[in-house]
Design a protein around this ligand. Structure first.
Ligand code: NAD
Length: 260
């Protein structure tokens, strides 16, 4: 359905949450998936179409090694050695403005911004015409966010996405950003209860999202179905960012449907 048969896609952060759901969805759509993460427990995303790689997105030499391995599978005359990259690896930092440290910024930016940029830099030479990259941003990169270093790193990723889309477009490579809202994953399982509650209250759909709901949009953007979409930002957030602060105002004004 997605035209992913015979396509090879690299996914980072593939051992958990949104990355793991993306691996499963891509494999189900017919892709060969290179699932990359810091390490692998016994329980790994399965299936013959999934190959596991150990990779720290912060380390240039890890990306160089992966690129070297993948380039040996390139077939003469065939477009590229791989057809896509999904940068899903990420870490959160919840320090506020009053107590944030340089180390918080360095950690968040290294994984959430530099990591995806390095992945694009090292794997772009292996991507052919018609390939696609998807970066996993965040609603925190579309508005002010209480965790200042995390939010800033996701704003940075938007800039990286747009620059990469500009630079790689002439080669027929698309680059897009998916920005999740509050999604149930191990990352949000550790979120303060107040953060969860106010997120759900601020989300027009009135619930949290599932990793599979983000993965479905990522697969769509990686696939040829999105062949004229690049440099775009797609919110998968139940409407959290779409109302731009209008929701509490509308609620204060009463129901839009008085008959309800
Ligand atoms: P998660 O913690 O479940 O998964 C993140 C994965 O990234 C883990 O498997 C972890 O090992 C891996 N990772 C961390 N550092 C790495 C590194 N240096 N190299 C390679 N892998 C590394 O989190 P998740 O919720 O699935 O988050 C996935 C992405 O979605 C992240 O970029 C996150 O910022 C973003 N996001 C999540 C939410 C949410 O509500 N869960 C919302 C917005 C954005």
């Amino acid at each position: 359905m997605h035209g992913m048969d015979g396509r090879t896609i690299v996914v980072t952060g593939a051992a958990s949450g949104i990355g793991a759901a993306t691996v499963t969805a891509l494999a189900a759509a017919g892709a060969r998936v290179i699932a990359a993460d810091l390490g692998w427990a016994d329980e790994s995303p399965g299936g013959q179409a999934v190959e596991l790689a150990t990779l720290d997105v912060r380390r240039e030499e890890h990306w160089a090694e992966l690129a070297g391995q993948l380039s040996t599978t390139k077939q003469a005359g065939a477009g590229g050695a791989i057809d896509g990259l999904v940068n899903a690896a990420g870490i959160t930092r919840r320090a506020r403005l009053h107590d944030v440290t340089a180390a918080d910024f360095e950690a968040a930016f290294a994984v959430n911004a530099t990591g995806p940029a390095l992945g694009i830099r090292f794997l772009a030479p292996l991507l052919g015409d018609g390939s696609a990259i998807v970066n996993v941003g965040s609603a925190a990169g579309a508005m002010a966010h209480y965790g200042i270093a995390y939010g800033a790193s996701k704003w940075a990723l938007r800039g990286i996405t747009k620059t990469a889309a500009m630079e790689l477009g002439p080669r027929g490579i698309r680059v897009n950003l998916v920005s999740p809202g509050f999604i149930e994953t191990p990352m949000t399982a550790s979120a303060p209860e107040a953060f969860r509650a106010v997120n759900l209250r601020s989300t027009p759909l009135g619930r949290s999202g599932r990793a599979e709901e983000v993965a479905a949009v990522i697969v769509q953007l990686v696939s040829p179905a999105a062949s004229f979409v690049t440099g775009a930002e797609i919110a998968v957030d139940g409407g959290l960012t779409g109302h731009g602060g209008g929701l509490p105002i509308a609620r204060a004004m009463g129901s839009a449907h008085p008959q309800d």
